[in-house]
Design a protein around this ligand. Structure first.
Ligand SMILES: O=C(O)CCC(=O)C(=O)O
Length: 324
């Protein structure tokens, strides 16, 4: 499959960005010939305080349709496989299926680095309102780190145990945002993301327990999260922007509707990775907004290095703690 690279241009079709109207969700503008949106001061403040922000209409309807069509094709393709398959640049399977996956009842749960094999996913990572919004939080100079799709097809048992992303992807500073784009509508029933507001300003929790990298926080921390969790729902095309240190998790899909998230992780350009990328991509490190400064900005913290996954996805790492 051919990959069309987005060529950044300083000349927009319509000239300079045009502010059209300050709306409930920020400012609508026309930029590079597409409708884009700026975050309002209130939205930025909400993100700074709470560590997350849900923004509607983060992709155009054409972009959303292309994402959905591509993913549906991958689900159909998965019917002819019995186990994780495909290959990423680190030679792990690209497509991960739940135990019990079958042609009749496909349970495709993860696509690693979809940007590397799909124009639709690359385009949204590179050139969407979602990208613009992230740049307003950690820009102006910003680069891409990795991407994946987490899917919970109807009845899927897949859950995500409570964790922070930063201990999986430590950098010299923590200006990283995980953008979780809702490819399907996300409801309280279909396994929505749950977050602990404000937790990005607290401790960075250890994901190692008794010498095993479980990819999850200790049960005592998780219990506090469950008691105070906020559920992030939204219509298809909405994005949840999440600070890399925010505690989050999600439960199984109990509904008859799919829950597909396209997850793209970005960092400030001067945040330098301190461990290998767990989901390597041919585009990792690509500057998506602003420019390269070749500076390192650092902040002090002390955490154990993560363990890299050896199988298709971190669901297997988290399963260790569930089964032990
Ligand atoms: O798929 C989800 O519900 C959450 C994803 C997540 O936490 C992650 O990939 O780090």
């Amino acid at each position: 499959m051919s990959i069309r690279r987005y060529v950044s241009s300083t000349k927009s079709l319509t000239g300079e960005p045009v502010m059209v109207s300050p709306g409930r969700f920020g400012y609508i503008r026309i930029f590079e010939g597409r409708v884009s949106m700026s975050l309002s001061a209130q939205q930025k403040q909400f993100f700074a305080e709470q560590g997350y922000l849900v923004v509607e209409n983060a992709v155009s309807s054409a972009q959303l349709a292309a994402l959905r069509e591509q993913f549906e094709g991958w689900v159909q393709e998965s019917r002819s496989h019995q186990a994780p398959y495909g290959e990423t640049i680190d030679h792990r399977p690209r497509f991960d299926v739940e135990p019990g996956h079958s042609a009749d009842k496909p349970t495709l749960r993860r696509v690693n680095a979809p940007t590397d094999i799909s124009d639709a996913y690359y385009e949204v990572m590179r050139n969407s309102t979602m990208t613009d919004c992230v740049a307003e939080l950690i820009g102006p100079n910003m680069k891409f780190h990795h991407s994946k799709i987490n899917s919970k097809l109807p009845g899927a048992a897949t859950e995500v145990k409570w964790h922070q992303d930063f201990p999986f992807t430590p950098h010299s500073n923590d200006d990283l945002v995980t953008a979780l784009l809702m490819v399907d509508e996300v409801t309280v029933e279909n396994g929505p993301l749950q977050v602990l507001p404000g937790s990005h300003r607290g401790e960075i929790y250890d994901l190692w327990h008794d010498g095993i990298f479980t990819g999850a926080v200790a049960d005592s921390v998780a219990l506090d999260c469950i008691d105070n969790a906020v559920t992030c729902t939204g219509k298809a095309g909405s994005v949840c922007l999440m600070h890399t240190r925010l505690l989050h998790g999600s439960s199984p899909n109990l509904s008859t509707n799919p829950r597909t998230l396209f997850i793209a992780v970005y960092s400030a350009e001067d945040a330098i990775p301190c461990s290998p990328n767990p989901v390597p991509s041919i585009y990792q490190g690509e500057i998506v907004r602003g420019e390269r400064t070749n500076h390192i900005r650092s902040r002090e913290y002390d955490i154990p290095l993560p363990q890299l996954p050896t199988t298709a996805s971190f669901f297997d790492q988290q399963a260790v703690s569930r089964d032990s």
